[in-house]
Design a protein around this ligand. Structure first.
Ligand code: ADP
Length: 549
């Protein structure tokens, strides 16, 4: 018994179906169309009758339809395809066709039943989706992002191709797109950072914030073994019960950036080092410059001092010359006084005149004082006359006596007690008398000046001379102010040129003294006295010793 078709059984069902239904001949002529089919083709059911379905198919897709029908007839199995339908109202839409083939009930050949639906919207969605996927792919390619997902139930990572690109390998080379966390870590994460990644993941999972995301940077191993760096940004997905179901993230190769940062850091370190070195150099150069400037200032000062000293020396020389001239001039009247006084005394004696005792005494005193003045004047003259060194055999005691004679008035006036202690029978020295006197005068004059601040009763000046081995040693000891503090550590510096603590001082006396003593083969030095004042000592070789040399 022939079974009635569903259409025959449920004609309304077919008529009001939400999809279009068409009955078509093998050659594609429409024999029947339900309401929806007519609506889709924008024509009435009647108007569709006996029209070839190809009239409603966009010409570019006709071939699709022909192939669809050919397959259907050839296989007899249901077929489906999608093509564009051009409606009677000249618009078009994408239609999905699902067809089966039946034998005609009247034996007039094959019949094709086709279900027609508008799939434009679905295709549109699919197209948009494809476009989005393409965009996402492009974005990932451009950003060089490697995508991954981790499924907690499967305990597997899934990666995309870019992921493998980053590690300079391919899915094929490592056995597919899925990998266990251990495999992933051993293969791609630097050994020192392997514990870092699970820890970060654990922190992220434990976080209560559902949209929790985290970025971390760690070292990786490229497939070729080289070490690189990646930045990983990942998200945790939880279900409605707060159970973590998935983690997904994107990896970015930051090796170049890290290397650039490292290079930058090194460059900065080097720069800082260079700046430090340069600063040190500058400080040294600065200090040197400062020293040079100070030295120049000192030498300018010395030059200025020298010039003023020279002027002073000039004046002194003039004064010396004047003194010498004056002494010469004074010699005559003094000589005349002596002559006249002595003449008178002789006359009194010769003529047997009774001399007045007082007159005789006065005349003798006059002659004596005139003699003494003459002596002084002569010595002054000798001293002031600065001649070439003239060494002779000298008795040191005489030299000392002459200097003492020259200064004793000044010493006395200054309230100083003078003691001269010359050892008996000192051997003679071979020296320039005037120069030796000059040394002594200067030492004694300094001593007098050093005692200006000493209490009057305590002012004592001791001049001693004695032998010390082959040398003769002369010391001048005072109870004065002592060696100036700035030279206390090194009294020898007192003998440098131009050191003076006196307002009018030239600072040349000791320096000249030292050159004189040096030139005689002796030595001169200063020693602070244990109780008060200073002792200046110089040595000169005895004449016998000098000859040996
Ligand atoms: P001047 O007497 O012109 O200063 P000197 O070369 O003779 O030059 O002496 C240099 C300095 O040495 C003196 O200014 C003084 O400070 C110090 N000096 C010299 N003799 C004595 C002394 N007997 N006691 C203390 N200081 C002295």
């Amino acid at each position: 018994m022939e079974r009635p078709s569903p259409r025959a059984l449920y004609p309304e069902l077919c008529e009001f179906s939400p999809v279009g239904c068409l009955t078509i001949t093998e050659s594609g002529i429409i024999l029947g169309a339900n309401r929806m089919a007519a609506a889709l083709l924008r024509a009435s059911s009647d108007a569709l009758m006996d029209r070839p379905l190809l009239d409603f198919i966009v010409s570019e897709d006709e071939e699709v339809y022909r192939a669809h029908v050919a397959r259907l007839l050839e296989t007899g199995a249901p077929q489906s395809c999608e093509l564009r339908i051009a409606t009677e109202e000249h618009d078009s839409f994408w239609a999905g066709l699902k067809s089966i083939v039946l034998d005609a009930s009247d034996g007039s050949g094959k019949r094709i039943r086709t279900v027609l639906s508008d799939v434009s919207q679905r295709r549109q969605v699919e197209e948009t989706l494809r476009a989005h996927e393409a965009q996402l792919g492009n974005a990932m390619t451009i950003a060089k992002l490697g995508y991954w997902e981790y499924d907690f139930d499967e305990d597997l990572f899934t990666f995309n191709d870019h992921f493998y690109d980053i590690f300079r390998t391919t899915a094929e080379a490592v056995g597919g797109y899925k990998m266990t966390p251990e495999d992933y870590a051993n293969r791609f994460i630097h050994p020192d950072d392997r514990c870092l990644v699970p820890q970060e993941m654990k922190n992220a999972i434990e976080a209560t914030d559902p949209g929790f995301s985290r970025t971390l940077e760690h070292r990786i191993l490229f497939a070729d073994g080289e070490v690189g760096h990646i930045a990983v940004r990942f998200f945790i997905v939880k279900d409605e019960h707060g159970r973590t179901i998935k983690t997904y993230g994107a990896n970015q190769d930051i090796t170049d950036r890290k290397r650039a940062e490292e290079a930058l850091r090194q460059a900065r370190d080097e720069l800082e080092q260079r700046v430090e070195e340069r600063t040190e150099e500058l400080v040294t150069v600065n200090a040197r410059l400062r020293d040079e400037i100070a030295e120049r200032q000192r030498s300018e000062e010395r030059e200025r001092q020298l010039q003023s000293n020279l002027a002073h020396v000039d004046r002194l020389t003039t004064v010396g010359e004047m003194a010498s001239g004056l002494a010469h001039e004074l010699n005559q009247p003094l000589g005349a006084i002596v002559l006249r006084a002595e003449g008178l005394i002789h006359r009194f004696h010769d003529q047997g005149e009774l001399p007045n005792e007082l007159l005789l005494e006065s005349l003798a005193f006059l002659a004596d004082q005139a003699h003494r003045s003459g002596d002084l004047v002569r010595r002054m003259r000798q001293f002031a006359k600065r001649a070439e060194p003239q060494r002779t055999i000298l008795c040191l005691a005489d030299v000392i006596a002459e200097v003492v004679g020259l200064l004793e008035n000044a010493i006395h006036d200054a309230g100083i007690t003078l003691r001269v202690d010359v050892a008996p029978s000192l051997p003679p020295v071979f020296a320039d008398k005037i120069l030796l006197q000059q040394v002594l005068v200067n030492l004694m004059r300094n001593a007098v000046e050093a005692m200006e601040t000493t209490l009057v009763g305590q002012r004592r000046l001791d001049v001693r001379a004695r032998t010390n081995g082959e040398m003769l040693e002369v010391s001048v000891r005072d109870t004065g102010c002592g060696i100036p503090v700035e030279k206390a550590g090194c009294p020898d510096d007192l003998f440098g040129t131009f050191f003076s603590t006196k307002i009018e001082g030239m600072g040349m006396g000791l320096s000249i003294g030292r050159s004189i003593i040096d030139s005689h083969g002796g030595r001169i030095w200063a020693t602070p006295n244990p109780e008060q004042g200073t002792t200046f000592t110089f040595t000169v070789p005895s004449a016998a010793q000098k000859q040996k040399r």
